[in-house]
Design a protein around this ligand. Structure first.
Ligand SMILES: CC(=O)N[C@H]1[C@@H](OP(=O)(O)OP(=O)(O)OC[C@H]2O[C@@H](n3ccc(=O)[nH]c3=O)[C@H](O)[C@@H]2O)O[C@H](CO)[C@@H](O)[C@@H]1O[C@H](C)C(=O)N[C@@H](C)C(=O)N[C@@H](CCC(=O)O)C(=O)O
Ligand code: ATP
Length: 442
């Protein structure tokens, strides 16, 4: 296979869904190289009889093809992008250019590649295709990630009496266990990347972070149209808007771009243009920060022994650790910090199998969470202000103040107005539909 890095053009080839098997196939290529075929399998092979739902599904599947191409495009970054049979109107082109450039910002930063002006999706159509008469039942398909955030959403919706169906993309047994603990049925959508990607990576193709939540969001929207759910609910928080770092050219590099309000707004607007309000994509926790979410999760004891936020669990080929927490990564550190004000030390030890705040070897990692002497890590963690407020609050608690990490960290951080109480009270903008927001008491 020729190297994707020498290719002139990245081609979007075919996409299609087979109602007999529930398999969705999408393909791309570099120049005239072999097609790179990614497959998704929707269990029970759903297929709606209603023509407007079929038309809406075909549109959303087209968007998924355009978004999921990012995994392959990044391997070579060819100068030309050929969108093939897709009708790309101006707003779709801007949506894709923004997603590819901001969603690949960490990838570009780590690989020292300048993406400015490189990613261009040509306009091939004046208007977006529209489906106007979509009617889906008022019920929610909830994206599950195995961690605390999606479980908080699930319980908020359940508590409000809204019909819920958890789903996840990929084969994580751990996510399935959280859903089993919720006592709910589970839709697990298989995802198989093109096998050539692994070979290209091994041969030295460009590799790095991709905006995975954007891909999962479009898969969720396909599922909503196939299975019949009006709302696709994610659990992305206000804290995800903070850039992980600002580079030497003043550009924001955000590991969590696809979890940001900016991405959510752009995708929701695009869907509104094409499908009206027949389908709703939103994050239920958008108005809250990590601290408020942790406070709510602390009260959901039934999940304390089954959840995991540690991303060492979520590789495509399965977990790379024994147990649910590796105990030495930014997510393990941040989740400890966020839950500690709301749970007693024995409960923290039961969850994580240790108390990271007792281990002074962990101090540099906690400092990085506070953006002290280091950038924040490329991980899904809270804002630096949240970590500082948490450290300060723990220094005022008898049960935490003498722990090694808190003793060293707390005197070195300043919180200003961002105290724990202020962060708990703060609410930002969101796109939760008014009827849902009222029912969950947002
Ligand atoms: C689990 C993890 O952190 N994976 C990142 C890691 O990948 P690694 O090679 O160690 O293992 P795999 O995840 O199994 O991936 C194998 C290769 O496959 C490619 N790939 C995978 C998924 C995909 O959608 N597209 C792909 O191209 C990629 O080449 C992999 O090397 O390092 C990779 C390179 O930096 C990261 O891309 C992997 O991240 C995954 C896509 C992933 O699922 N990460 C989530 C845990 C994650 O970061 N979630 C964010 C959401 C942020 C967002 O904006 O969406 C979060 O929790 O903040
Ligand atoms: N495999 C997946 N399939 C579908 N949605 C997912 C998947 N992984 C993560 N998500 C969703 O993406 C969003 C971001 O994931 P994230 O890991 O931050 O959340 P989480 O696992 O619920 O909580 P935590 O922050 O504790 O890890 C959440 O809405 C989550 O449900």
């Amino acid at each position: 296979m020729t190297s994707p890095q020498t290719a002139e053009t990245f081609h979007f080839l075919d996409y299609g869904y087979d109602p007999a098997t529930g398999e969705l196939r999408m393909s791309w290529s570099f120049d005239d190289g072999p097609p790179l075929v990614e497959r998704l399998v929707f269990p029970w092979a759903p297929w709606p009889s209603d023509a407007s739902r079929q038309a809406a599904f075909t549109q959303v599947m087209g968007l998924l093809h355009l978004v999921a191409g990012v995994s392959y495009y990044k391997a070579g970054l060819p100068p030309v992008i050929d969108t093939g049979s897709h009708a790309i109107d101006a707003s779709t082109a801007v949506f894709l250019e923004t997603l590819y450039s901001r969603g690949l910002a960490e990838f570009a930063h780590v690989n020292e590649i300048d993406l400015d002006g490189r990613i261009r999706f040509g306009i091939t159509s004046e208007y977006p295709e529209r489906v106007t008469d979509l009617a889906l039942p008022d019920r929610a398909l909830v994206a599950m990630g195995g961690g605390k955030d999606s479980l908080v959403s699930l319980e908020m919706l359940r508590g409000a009496g809204i019909e819920i169906q958890p789903f996840a993309v990929g084969g994580s047994a751990l996510i399935a266990e959280t859903v089993a603990a919720a006592g709910l049925p589970f839709i697990r959508i298989e995802r198989h990347l093109a096998p050539e990607l692994q070979q290209m990576n091994a041969a030295g193709a460009w590799n790095g972070h991709v905006p995975i939540t954007a891909i999962n969001s479009l898969v969720g929207l396909c599922a909503a149209l196939l299975y019949g759910y009006r709302w696709v609910v994610f659990s992305n928080e206000a804290s995800a808007d903070e850039a992980t770092l600002v580079d030497d050219h003043g550009r924001a590099v955000n590991h969590q771009y696809a979890k940001s309000l900016d991405f959510e707004t752009r995708l929701a607007d695009l869907l509104d243009d094409r499908l009206g309000d027949g389908v709703g994509y939103f994050s239920l926790l958008r108005s809250m920060g990590e601290v408020e979410i942790a406070r709510r999760f602390a009260g959901l004891e039934r999940y304390h022994e089954v959840f995991s936020s540690c991303n060492r669990n979520f590789h495509i080929d399965g977990p790379r650790i024994d147990g649910r927490w590796c105990g030495d990564c930014p997510k393990c550190r941040f989740t400890t910090l966020a839950l500690a004000p709301f749970l007693p030390p024995p409960a923290i030890e039961r969850i994580f199998g240790r108390v990271l705040l007792d281990d002074d070897a962990q101090l540099p990692g906690f400092q990085a969470l506070c953006a002290l002497e280091a950038d924040k890590p490329f991980e899904c963690v809270g804002t630096a202000a949240e970590s500082r407020a948490l450290a300060t609050a723990l220094a005022a608690r008898e049960e935490w103040k003498d722990r090694a990490v808190i003793r060293h960290l707390a005197p070195r951080v300043e919180t200003g107005d961002d105290t724990l109480e202020a962060l708990l009270a703060r609410r930002g903008p969101h796109h939760v539909p008014a009827d849902v927001a009222a029912r969950v008491r947002l």
